[in-house]
Ligand binder design. Structure first.
Ligand code: GLC
Length: 800
């Protein structure tokens, strides 16, 4: 039984016998003698939605998580019955529903193996205090089953044996195993017998997941209100589970501008203006690439959102322009708390229009945050979101701010026990009025959504950029995110790695940590090692609380500065590679970082690995997570991999020692990969790209790679003005063939590729392009390592 639901205990109640069954296209309803109804919706051949009502009446079907763009449709749907069960069959799944008690079991349609089965199945307690039910589900853990996902939980990849809570929480200086923290992503993937499925429990109330913790063979989840409403997503490949979950809850609505994938510098706080300028000038002096500079709360007048401190920033428009001329995009923080002050127009307007949250009996929800006592917009009201979006006009259109950072949106309230609103606060919830119990976990998401709408409107024709701290499933459609207030310790470097991988597995790839740690101060070695990890995170930003000393790349002496520069330069060289991975994510939902289990679930060695991950499709990285290391042991996945630094080829499938002095880290490239690189720039757009480097890693066999490019910003790519190159590599003992296929109408500025060959096992005697022999001098053939050729080729053929 599930313990500790912390509500008035009225005993568990269960569905009884099915008395009627109804089929309405893809919606199947099963009604029990005691009035319980199970509605199964066949969304796709591999996705079933289960929804239970204990009264026979369902709530209005509304979800902030599910996107209207989600794919629907199936190839097969049959419902049959035998004495004991109703049996739903699609082309991927067979789902049996017991006529006795609604318990379900799901099988692979092809080999009929058991994938997932209810233990007690759906059951509930009535909630005396709040009305409605505490809704519960328990399932049997299969032998050897492992669990992954759940968003930002700061724990090892495999969740087995643990219990978690979902309640967005401001968690300053959280640590390993702190739970819950900022985000609520009630989605996990499970893996057993080499097959994977996922469960998304789309319920925004405080919820819990127990992975064989309370009872060894049982996995359960429950929520303190709302409906038992979950999606079962079948793989059997874990990557398909994640892709389908991301399809359901949404991919980013647009590609990020390329500069947002550059390096960002932040601190609480850079002020006054002269300090901001000193920092940005130093980046350019020291030739450390950087694209964005952040203004934390001190840029405002008394922490009033949408104001500027006249003392510290007398002319923000001029400053933002000067920064932009030097390649820096200015990003400002905006929190939800609006200072109670009748002389402050945003407050007055919110009050006049009745946009602030209220307590159950009528008073406003008053709480202390940075500005002192505040009221809080109800972002779950669409009218409030529109008002909020329009507040960005001056910041973005007039002053030229390029991104907005939403913080404290769990929502955080200071000096109160729960660190947030009390449960009785009322919310609109897009017309489904409710209390904070239901709206809490989506408050931050709806704030970020409103901010996104504002940025999208006023940045046009450029793309919007938003960062959020709190999130619910689906928030990835609107914004990037960071992992909150971590600490400058080695363990936190490990935690940042886990959190980024886990977020990517949970449909949210645009993620990074405060590099170097937010609280306390790293030494140079820790900072350098953290930068090494950070350049592989989709969002790459140094941030610190600022009260423990400096945390800029040059704050730890020249030896560290050199290491930091070297790695940020690698990030900038790899921008077309990362952009391509982002495009795959935005188009198809393929996560940008892949934990090893996600990369190769068939290799049981990957099931408990934590540190190693795949960046994009072809690069394996593993941070050094402790002091005084000259290398580490790491697991190399099955296959052949090139050491990024030495080109030495290693055979994977085992744990191996890899050298990595402080100016290095373990990085490998998959054999056969073609990695695109740009020249080092101090910021995106500093240089016109006049040649694209293609690092080609020889393989005996086949491999395909791709490069996506567009105007780096704007929306033309949606109208087909992008450039997608697919390279098919075929290596033989004495030949290497690369075929290129191009699509899209965007014309890249460069005309040539510089092909850099790695591991070629023969000396080139002849080169053919599109079946014509080309003299070596026309190719600038340099030894057997590099050659330059026109980007339009269809087939490059190197022969011994
Ligand atoms: C919160 C944020 C942090 C920010 C600070 C001041 O602690 O998590 O990133 O710097 O508030 O705004």
């Amino acid at each position: 039984m599930i313990l500790n639901t912390e509500l008035e205990y009225k005993g568990n109640l269960f569905p009884s016998k099915i008395v009627s069954y109804e089929k309405n296209l893809n919606v199947l309803s099963f009604t029990c003698t005691n009035g319980v109804v199970l509605q199964v919706t066949v969304r796709r051949d591999s996705i079933l939605r289960f929804r239970f009502s204990t009264t026979g009446i369902f709530e209005n079907d509304f979800s902030y998580a599910i996107t209207k763009y989600a794919s629907r449709g199936y190839n097969k749907l049959e419902v049959t019955e035998d004495d004991a069960n109703y049996i739903i069959t699609t082309s991927k799944l067979i789902c049996r529903i017991s006529k006795l008690d609604l318990r379900t079991s799901i099988y692979d349609a092809k080999d009929k193996s058991l994938i997932c089965e209810d233990e007690l199945g759906f059951h509930w307690e009535e909630s005396y205090e709040h009305g409605g039910d505490v809704v519960k589900m328990s399932k049997t853990s299969q032998p050897g089953e492992s669990y992954y996902g759940l968003g930002d939980k700061p724990v090892d990849n495999n969740l087995k044996g643990k219990r978690f809570e979902n309640w967005a929480t401001d968690s300053y200086a959280y640590g390993r195993d702190t739970d819950p923290i900022y985000k609520t992503i009630p989605f996990y993937t499970a893996l057993h017998n080499k097959k994977s499925y996922g469960i998304f429990f789309d319920n925004t109330f405080r919820s819990f997941f127990d992975f064989s913790h309370e009872r060894r063979n049982i996995t359960s989840f429950w929520a303190q209100g709302g409906e038992m409403n979950y999606y079962f997503i079948y793989g059997p490949e874990m990557s398909d589970v994640v892709v389908n979950y991301t399809d359901l809850t949404g991919k980013p609505h647009e590609m990020p501008a390329l500069w947002t994938l550059g390096y960002h510098q932040c601190k609480w706080s850079y002020y006054p203006e002269s300090n901001v300028k000193e920092v940005t000038a130093k980046f350019r002096d020291l030739k450390i690439p950087c694209d964005a500079i952040y203004l934390d709360i001190d840029y405002m007048e008394g922490f009033r959102c949408f104001t500027w401190s006249e003392e510290y920033f007398p002319n923000p428009k001029r400053m933002v322009k000067e920064l932009a001329d030097d390649g820096f995009k200015t990003i400002v923080i905006i929190d939800p708390g609006i200072k109670i002050d009748m002389d402050y127009s945003v407050f007055r307007e919110g009050l006049e229009k009745d946009y602030f949250c209220k307590r159950a009996d009528g008073p406003y929800m008053k709480g202390k945050v940075w500005p002192g006592e505040c009221y809080f917009p109800d972002f779950t009201n669409p009218e409030v979101r529109e008002w909020w979006a329009n507040l960005f006009q001056e910041l973005v259109e007039d002053i030229g701010v390029k991104g907005v950072w939403n913080d404290m949106n769990e929502p955080a309230v200071m000096d109160v026990p729960g660190k947030t609103f009390p449960n009785d606060v009322r919310h609109d919830y897009d017309g489904n009025q409710c209390s904070h119990r239901k709206a809490h976990n989506v408050y931050g998401m709806q704030m970020a959504r409103a901010t996104y709408q504002g940025l999208k409107k006023f940045s046009y024709p450029k793309r919007p950029f938003v960062i959020t701290r709190a999130a619910y499933s689906g928030t990835q459609r609107y914004t990037s995110s960071w992992t909150g207030d971590n600490i400058a310790t080695w363990d936190h470097l490990t935690i940042a790695n886990l959190q980024a991988q886990r977020m990517c597995m949970s449909g949210f790839s645009f993620i990074g940590s405060d590099i170097g740690g937010f609280a306390e101060q790293p030494n140079g070695e820790l900072y350098a090692r953290w930068i090494q990890l950070g350049i592989f995170h989709p969002f790459c930003r140094t941030h610190s609380s600022g009260d423990h000393g400096d945390q800029e790349p040059w704050a730890f002496g020249t030896a560290i500065t050199d290491v930091v520069r070297k790695f940020i330069e690698i990030r900038y060289q790899l921008l077309p590679y990362l952009y391509t991975a982002f495009w795959r994510y935005a188009e198809e939902g393929i996560p940008i970082l892949k934990s090893l289990v996600l990369y190769d679930q068939h290799d049981p060695h990957t099931h408990y690995r934590n540190d190693e991950f795949i960046f994009g499709e072809k690069i394996l990285a593993c941070p050094i997570t402790g002091p005084n290391q000259t290398g580490r042991r790491m697991y190399i996945p099955i296959g052949k991999w090139y050491n990024f630094w030495s080109d030495e080829v290693v055979e994977g499938g085992t744990e191996q020692w890899v050298d990595a002095d402080l100016d290095s880290m373990p990085i490998f490239v998959k054999e056969g990969a073609i990695i695109p690189k740009y020249p080092i720039q101090q910021y995106v757009g500093e240089k016109t790209i006049d040649e694209l480097t293609l690092d080609v890693y020889y393989k005996e066999g086949k491999e395909s790679s791709e490069v996506y490019e567009d105007a780096t910003d704007g929306y033309d790519y949606i109208k087909g003005r992008y450039s997608l190159r697919t390279f098919k590599l075929l290596g033989k003992k004495k030949e290497l063939i690369i075929q290129q296929h191009k699509s899209g109408k965007f014309i890249t500025t460069y005309k040539t590729f510089k092909v850099s060959l790695h591991g070629l096992p023969f000396k080139i005697k002849e080169v053919e392009i599109d079946n014509v022999v080309i003299p070596f001098k026309d190719l600038k053939l340099n030894g057997d390592n590099t050659l330059v050729l026109n980007k339009e080729f269809n087939e490059l053929h190197l022969m011994a």
